[in-house]
Design a protein around this ligand. Structure first.
Ligand SMILES: NC(=O)c1ccc[n+]([C@@H]2O[C@H](COP(=O)([O-])OP(=O)(O)OC[C@H]3O[C@@H](n4cnc5c(N)ncnc54)[C@H](O)[C@@H]3O)[C@@H](O)[C@H]2O)c1
Length: 349
């Protein structure tokens, strides 16, 4: 039985608390909350869990083996550092931290002490994303041409981070996972309509090895709730729509250009004459109904038990933070193309 404490139980924390509390081999002994109203919520709904104000008292209890962080991004590195320094495994909600330097500091601490450090990239546990990853691994899509993600809604507007840091960790973690790579460069642009200096909408294009481009649109100022990833390959195309009933649609669609490099067409025929359009069946695979956060909680518990890295490990969290930092630099510098190497070099010096 793993004994946990959770820090923070605001908007998202209740989901973590519910999923960790539901695990047969874990118990959430404490929730640390700065807000009296949120402590009351915990007491009313989780009578077996003590709602307390001070982290010190929790870290002083040797029964507590692991800490779950569900506090705002700005607090992640410092709270993770305290928990790890006190010998506790740590699950940190996304983003893992605000800079690569912060990630490296807590990662080094976790490694030195043999502790598990996991980031809450929940989409790595999403059945649709996992099924899509398998489709790619089987080569069914052919060569991946490009992909794009949209994560839009009316709110929830935040003041502590912009829409990029709030929403894009999900999409970048999905891109990196599906492509099994990290971006090499990014260009980004955005706008701040509601709060000065805090972008409500951001468009970014990440360049991956092999010339694959992944475009991203995030917004909390949109009339529709959209959570979609479209992936276009040479053989098939896929739409993953997280708000649809059937989340994954695999289209046998494409345009083939046979003999493109070899056959010369008669001079009066346009080059498009050789293109062959395909429009076949659409597959909508049945997916397991597992709640991604439940699977993420399991992975954290089992990674600690089996002394192995979780799927959403610190290295993956670092790659997402690096991409976010590069996109932020591009945003600040008039959409300059920023190479990831520049960010990584600056953080190493
Ligand atoms: N995985 C997802 O889909 C998802 C969705 C939303 C938010 N999140 C992440 O969850 C985290 C929390 O976001 P939120 O929307 O719940 O924020 P929130 O502001 O609604 O809640 C944070 C809570 O933490 C408490 N808190 C802050 N600092 C504290 C401290 N030092 N000690 C004790 N309590 C403290 C606050 O009182 C508040 O109740 C963020 O990292 C966010 O990115 C993840």
């Amino acid at each position: 039985m793993l004994t946990l404490a959770q820090i923070g139980c605001g908007y998202w924390g209740p989901n973590l608390l519910r999923n960790f509390s539901a695990q047969p081999d874990a118990r959430v002994k404490y929730v640390v909350e700065a807000s009296a109203e949120r402590r009351r919520y915990v007491r009313d709904n989780y009578p077996q869990t003590e709602a307390v104000e001070s982290l010190d008292a929790v870290l002083a209890d040797s029964a507590v083996q692991a800490i779950v962080l569900a506090t705002p991004a700005a607090t992640h590195a410092e709270l993770a550092r305290r928990a790890l320094a006190a010998g506790r495994h740590v699950f940190v909600e996304k983003p893992l931290a605000r800079t690569i330097g912060e990630v490296d500091e807590i990662d080094a601490l976790a490694r030195a002490r043999g502790l598990t450090l996991m980031v809450g990239h929940t989409f790595l546990y999403n059945p649709a994303v996992l099924a899509l990853k398998e489709v790619i691994a089987r080569g069914e899509l052919g060569r991946i041409y490009y992909l794009y993600a949209q994560r839009l809604n009316l709110g929830v507007v935040r003041a502590d981070v912009n829409a990029l840091w709030n929403l894009a960790p999900h999409d970048i973690s999905i891109f990196n996972f599906l492509l099994d790579a990290a971006p090499v460069a990014v260009t980004a642009q955005g706008a701040d309509f509601l709060q000065p200096g805090v972008e409500d909408i951001v468009f970014a294009t990440f360049e991956y090895p092999g010339g694959v481009r992944a475009n991203l649109q995030v917004s909390w100022l949109d009339p529709q709730k959209v959570r979609k990833v479209t992936l276009v390959g040479s053989r098939r195309m896929v739409v993953y729509d997280d708000v649809a009933e059937e989340k994954l649609a695999i289209y046998d669609k494409g345009i083939d250009a046979p003999g493109r490099d070899h056959v010369a067409l008669p001079f009066d025929q346009p080059d498009t004459a050789r293109l062959v359009y395909r429009s076949g069946a659409v597959q909508r695979p049945k997916l397991p109904t597992t709640e991604p956060l439940h699977a993420a909680a399991r992975d954290f518990i089992e990674a600690i038990r089996d002394r192995r890295p979780p799927r959403a490990d610190a290295a993956g969290g670092r790659a997402v933070v690096a991409a976010l930092q590069a996109a932020t630099l591009s945003l600040r510098e008039n959409s300059r193309r920023v190479q990831l190497e520049e960010i990584l070099r600056a953080s190493a010096s």
